[in-house]
Design a protein around this ligand. Structure first.
Ligand SMILES: Cc1ncc(COP(=O)(O)O)c(C=O)c1O
Length: 384
């Protein structure tokens, strides 16, 4: 085969889906001429739908998942010297949001089955300075939320969900993002539901809702002003402009209207990988994703675990030669420059290090067709 992808088209890792209605809705926004963020008609519809379907007290659309995480950190009012417990196997955005507020990251290892924060290791890392536990639901498969909520409640610390990958996934029938005091979702182009760049701040703690509206509006009561509740808006607290553009709100609404079909399609593709790759995986010593009981996944990512780093690299290179892009995932944050500066070393979080070295993600996107998926499955089967 060499470098020639053969008669097939390339199979990318991701191809962002654009809902056909997006053009019409964006046109409506442009014609209306109110482009600014957060409180336009489409953004409002998206927020209300998410509040209702996720069972969340308040949803505010943001410019990105990162912006939503930063808003979460501002809402916790962290100070220098505070500690935040979080996984090392996550996007740097999870850590940045809290570290930039002065908090020290306390990295905890992940579970080998779900790649999620290992709830059994959390209590021993809590100190008198711990202010929050930040969980991340890897691949849209929920963390052990009963145990994590109970630890946070018992110890009187905040719980934050990085639900960037987890839109419409659930744990024991309850939506991810509805457990923490606050949570963040991403609508980046790699996510199940996307508007290119976007996110949502989810607020469950009713004591934080007023403050959340300030934080996303540069720390002002601008939303109250827009509702006619105050004669002018003024500076109330620290904040930033975390608003989403109404143009992107329109693109997002077009996708949300199609959410059931998109999620079903993704589930079908994900399940088909699982069935078709079962025998191959056994033969190759690869493991397939595990969905524990009581979890409703959103089929965000289909990942394999190779027996070792060398096999993982060989697999990615083989697929690349066949015109297919598969990819590894997070480099452990505790082994990054900042992690090492905080005192972490190789071997500190063995499961994280092992998963990071051996995980590979296969192409999976809303518009993926059967032929493209066949191409990936056949290419895997041809590895020797
Ligand atoms: C777990 C996690 N957290 C946060 C983010 C940041 O989201 P965004 O790219 O929307 O800023 C991502 C993005 O991929 C992510 O995977």
């Amino acid at each position: 085969m060499g470098q020639n992808p053969g008669p097939h088209a390339r199979v990318p890792f991701n191809r962002p889906y654009v809902a056909p209605k997006a053009n019409e809705y964006v046109g409506e926004v442009l014609n209306r001429g109110t482009l600014g963020g957060g409180t336009g008609e489409f953004s409002r519809r998206c927020s209300e739908l998410l509040e209702h379907e996720l069972g969340v007290n308040l949803v505010i659309l943001t410019a990105s998942g990162t912006a939503a995480l930063e808003a979460c950190a501002l809402l916790l009012d962290l100070a220098e010297g505070d500690e935040v417990i979080l996984p090392s196997f996550t996007h740097p955005a999870t850590a940045n949001a809290f570290v930039r507020q002065g908090a020290s990251p306390v990295f905890v290892d992940i579970r080998p089955d779900t790649n999620n924060l290992d709830e059994r290791l959390v209590a021993e890392r809590i100190s008198s300075r711990t202010r929050a536990i930040v969980v991340m639901h890897y691949a849209g498969i929920g963390c052990e939320m009963v145990e994590l909520c109970s630890i946070a409640e018992r110890r009187g610390i905040s719980l934050v969900e990085d639900a960037a990958q987890a839109i419409f996934a659930a744990y024991r029938g309850r939506s991810l993002g509805s457990f923490g005091d606050v949570a963040a979702v991403s609508f980046h182009e790699t996510k199940n539901i996307t508007c290119g760049e976007g996110g949502a701040l989810l607020v469950n703690d009713t004591a934080l809702t007023a403050q959340a509206e300030f934080v996303v509006e540069n720390g002002t009561d601008r939303r109250r002003f827009l509702r006619g509740e105050v004669p002018a808006y003024t500076w109330q607290c620290l904040g930033s402009n975390y608003r989403i553009s109404e143009i992107l709100g329109a693109v997002l609404w077009a996708q949300l209207e199609e959410r059931h079909r998109l999620q079903e399609r993704r589930a079908m593709l994900w399940n088909r990988y699982g069935v078709e790759l079962q025998d191959w995986a056994r033969l190759m010593g690869m493991s397939l994703p595990v969905i524990p009981a009581n979890r409703t996944p959103n089929h965000h990512t289909f990942f394999l675990r190779a027996p070792d780093r060398e096999t993982r690299c060989r697999l990615i290179e083989h697929l690349e030669r066949m015109g297919i892009t598969a990819t590894f995932h997070y480099s452990p944050l505790h082994l990054s420059t900042i992690g090492k500066h905080a005192g972490y070393r190789h071997g500190d979080l063995p499961v994280t290090e092992q998963v990071s070295a051996t995980l590979v993600r296969l192409p999976l996107y809303n518009g993926m067709n059967r032929e493209e998926q066949d191409q990936v499955i056949e290419a895997l089967a041809s590895i020797t």
